[in-house]
Design a protein around this ligand. Structure first.
Ligand code: BEZ
Length: 268
């Protein structure tokens, strides 16, 4: 977990904390890496591998919006499940605030958000106050940017989603959860998995871009090229002949650069 974890451990030491002047008001800094007294029984098995196209495992969990059944929560929407190493950590704070501020963009695409970190509800509630304070988001329950955050203290949901770091399983120490993103479609199928290092915050524009790409591909039977963004030309997939593409998109609307590389413009 690179230099960050020793730095966080150092920050958690009372002698160091006394020297660090808090930037914002007086709440306790609780990014305390824990040790498991013993490995939980569910960790004795191999951590599941989640593959694109597989059904996202269902679970029931406590969240900042109450207890919920994951598949019921998704309903007929798309869903982004994203995990965080721990509450009260700096990178995660910036990420959650950014996702909360983008709620209108996700709503417009029929996407529900749900976060996860391996802390309890009381900590989540306190942390959400900090997130709103420092990022200007409105993430607290009942407000515009609000979405549930799973309180996965036991790491059972993290385990189901292959988000427990191998080194942590072996050493029992520093049980931060891995920074992952899952895009799940209304059929509850996993459509994207991204796993990031703890030291790298995610790119919200990229998450939205992939949602746009998947939804456009599903609707129109196309693929999208490198760095594509919504509204730009799309690719005719190799499974569609040029003749069929011309029937579908218009005789003058298929540009063939190579027999296998064909572009078209989606007309509204
Ligand atoms: C964070 O800032 O979110 C973080 C950084 C390193 C390790 C764990 C969390």
């Amino acid at each position: 977990m690179s230099a960050f974890v020793p730095a966080l451990r150092a920050l958690a030491r009372p002698s160091v904390r006394r020297m660090v002047k808090p930037v914002v008001a007086q709440r306790t800094f609780v990014a305390t890496p824990r040790r498991f007294a013993a490995r939980p029984a569910f960790m004795e098995k191999e951590q599941p591998r989640l593959r694109l196209g597989a059904v996202a495992p269902n679970f029931v969990a406590e969240t900042t919006h109450g207890k919920l059944d994951f598949h019921q929560y998704i309903g007929d929407s798309w869903c982004i499940l994203f995990s965080h190493p721990a509450d009260f950590t700096p990178v995660c704070t910036t990420e959650l605030g950014a996702f909360a501020k983008l709620r209108p963009e996700f709503d417009a695409r029929n996407v529900k958000l749900i976060g996860l970190s391996a802390n309890g509800l009381a900590q989540h509630d306190e942390w959400v106050k900090d997130i709103d304070e420092v990022t200007g988001s409105a993430m607290h329950a009942g407000s515009d940017g609000s979405f549930p955050v799973i309180a996965d203290e036991t790491r059972e949901v993290a385990w189901l989603y292959d988000m427990v770091d191998q080194a942590q399983i072996e050493s029992l120490a520093t049980a931060f959860t891995i920074r992952s993103v899952f895009i799940i479609d209304p059929a509850k199928k996993i459509r994207l998995v991204m796993t990031y290092p703890a030291s790298t915050g995610r790119n919200t524009a990229e998450v939205l871009r992939v949602v746009d790409s998947l939804q456009t591909a599903d609707k129109n039977g196309i693929a999208t090229p490198v760095n594509w963004t919504a509204g730009e030309d799309v690719i005719v997939p190799p499974t569609v002949s040029t003749q069929d593409a011309k029937k579908k998109f218009g005789a003058d609307n298929v540009r063939e650069l190579k027999p296998y590389l064909r572009f078209t413009t989606l007309r509204k």
